[in-house]
Ligand binder design. Structure first.
Ligand SMILES: Nc1ncnc2c1ncn2[C@@H]1O[C@H](COP(=O)(O)OP(=O)(O)OP(=O)(O)O)[C@@H](O)[C@H]1O
Length: 328
């Protein structure tokens, strides 16, 4: 059974336009003109109970807007959304008790209080008994390896511990539909892995349905078999991650530091040049040509350091769009 049903969903934001200067301010004051930002355009998909789905798109593609409509924070301009059998924007308590939204860049825990105190406040808001709350905190803090960290003020926790405590707070009411917007944003690699492992275990233990956005491809590959890809508000891909990667010959990111400066013109023959600074450069190189490209860079140029990594997901997506390899 589909837990999430999105049917021809659109969101248009009216944005006031103001011309520069005093005249512009005066005109704006008396008669406002608006332009329309089509943040989400005619998007349809369904997510089955227990699925973990990655929601991909470059900055400004419309992911957060879609998540806000799915959680009832904003009203769609048109189309229909149903989550766990509810219309989100009605904000019924039966709906709110089933879903949670975690935004990596926003925090709900109170900075100067121990996380445990914030949990008690959340518990009261959701009407969770002390006994049930203690049990839930014990279970989740064990899964998140947070024991002993919940009685110190949140400001004293590391970023990774704080994100885990944020997750704990967001899951106290036992939601089974999780909307996660960049849950690993800014975390170091170990903390990213810990959060990922937790999400996998939570999904398996509680059969939770998860829709996840992340700029870290590793989050998506570790957790999601299926991905939705949104571009300029439109859904351009809905299918398996494997098929997406198969369809696009993956690139690697090659960062090089040189002993002397080279011009962009000189460097452009070694790969798809992304940035050049004084004595460093960053390329995207197709996987199959990687060894040859590195050998040529090392042979031709005065290299001090060279690293190869996965490119940021936005660039992978950007490449996909440029190459026109992803069709609707
Ligand atoms: N409240 C708003 N008013 C006007 N325009 C908005 C508003 N919120 C978002 N937008 C615009 O809608 C578009 C989609 O934004 P959204 O935040 O949904 O993208 P996103 O995919 O989540 O991006 P990011 O990865 O950068 O968070 C962007 O052009 C953005 O500027």
């Amino acid at each position: 059974m589909s837990t999430i049903v999105v049917d021809h969903l659109s969101k248009i934001y009216p944005v006031a336009v103001k011309e520069a200067g005093f005249k512009g301010t005066l005109t704006h004051f008396f008669k406002r003109t608006y332009r329309q930002v089509k943040a989400v355009q005619d998007v349809s998909f369904q997510i089955e109970s227990g699925e973990v789905v990655g929601f991909l798109g470059a900055n400004g593609a419309g992911k957060t807007t879609a998540l806000k409509m799915l959680t009832g924070l904003i009203h769609p301009t048109s189309g229909r959304v149903e989550v766990a059998g509810h219309i989100p924007f009605q904000r019924r308590s039966t709906f709110l008790s089933k879903v949670t939204l975690v935004m990596g860049q926003k925090q709900q825990l109170i900075w100067d209080l121990p996380a445990l105190d914030s949990f008690k406040i959340n518990g009261a808001v959701y009407g969770i008994s002390d006994r049930a709350l203690n049990h839930r905190v014990g279970e989740l803090s064990e899964m998140l390896s947070l024991q002993g960290k919940l009685t110190q003020p949140v400001r004293k926790l590391s970023l990774g511990e704080r994100m885990k405590a944020e997750l704990l707070a967001a899951l106290l009411h036992e939601p089974n539909v999780l909307f996660l917007d960049e849950p690993t944003l800014g975390l170091d690699v170990n903390a990213q892995v810990a959060v990922r492992e937790f999400l996998r275990e939570y999904n398996q233990r509680y059969g939770a349905t998860v829709l996840l956005t992340s700029h870290y491809m590793a989050d998506i590959t570790a957790l999601c078999k299926r991905v939705l890809m949104i571009h300029q508000g439109q859904l351009i891909y809905d299918g398996s991650l494997d098929r997406l990667v198969d369809r696009f010959s993956p690139c690697r990111e090659v960062k090089v530091e040189f002993a002397r400066p080279y011009s962009a013109h000189e460097l452009s023959v070694y790969g798809d040049l992304q940035d050049v600074e004084k004595q460093s450069a960053r390329f995207l190189v197709q996987q199959e040509g990687l060894t040859g490209a590195i050998a040529k860079i090392l042979a031709d140029l005065q290299v001090v350091d060279l690293t190869v990594s996965d490119p940021p997901i936005e660039e992978v997506i950007g490449q996909l769009f440029q190459a026109g390899t992803v069709a609707g």
